[in-house]
Design a protein. Structure first.
Length: 182
């Protein structure tokens, strides 16, 4: 597959691994949340004596926390516009308590707008706002679970809202590396 052909890509995978582990420990408390239980255990390979972990695929939860602030001319860099070419739905164990803990950590208007762009084929119609009693609303939690955790963007681009700079998504991994001087 060639995910770790240079040090920059290896560093990106390492960073994704650290971020995803931090999210799991701080926000959720267990490894079921992003479907990482099997990804961390099963989807790795050896190349040049490094173990390269495929930390997390491009899910809408990850899209919601990514920014392009690393670019010199960018002040906010959020939200990135998502142009998805290839989508895949993966089954992730549903845990209502974990999903309820995620809701206050995401910008719901961004999730809603991206879900609308992706279409009801992948994500059923989401409410405009988070319900007041969302942690007890099973129907809402299942919709949020589907939107945030089960839809993988396999191919596409993320676009900086301020500069128009595109970051490619290939094999479910967003390439957020920037060139010197950017």
């Amino acid at each position: 597959m060639g995910f770790c052909e240079n040090v920059g890509q290896l560093n990106l995978l390492g960073a994704l691994f650290v971020v995803s582990r931090l999210l799991l420990h701080l926000q959720c408390g267990h490894s079921k949340l992003l479907g990482l239980r099997t990804r961390f255990e099963d989807q790795y390979f050896r190349r040049n004596n490094f173990i390269c972990w495929l930390a997390v695929r491009m899910k809408l939860f990850l899209h919601n926390i990514l920014t392009s602030r690393v670019l010199k001319s960018v002040k906010v860099g959020y939200p990135l516009k998502l142009k998805a070419n290839t989508l895949k739905v993966s089954t992730v164990d549903y845990d209502p308590a974990s999903v309820a803990r995620l809701i206050p950590k995401v910008e719901w208007s961004v999730v809603k707008s991206v879900a609308d762009e992706i279409g009801e084929e992948y994500i059923p119609c989401l409410p405009e706002e988070v319900p007041v009693n969302y942690s007890e609303n099973e129907e809402f939690l299942k919709l949020a679970h589907r939107a945030l955790l089960e839809v993988d963007v396999m191919e596409g681009v993320l676009v900086c809202p301020e500069t128009g700079r595109e970051f490619t998504i290939s094999n479910g991994i967003p390439n957020m590396l920037v060139n010197e001087g950017e």
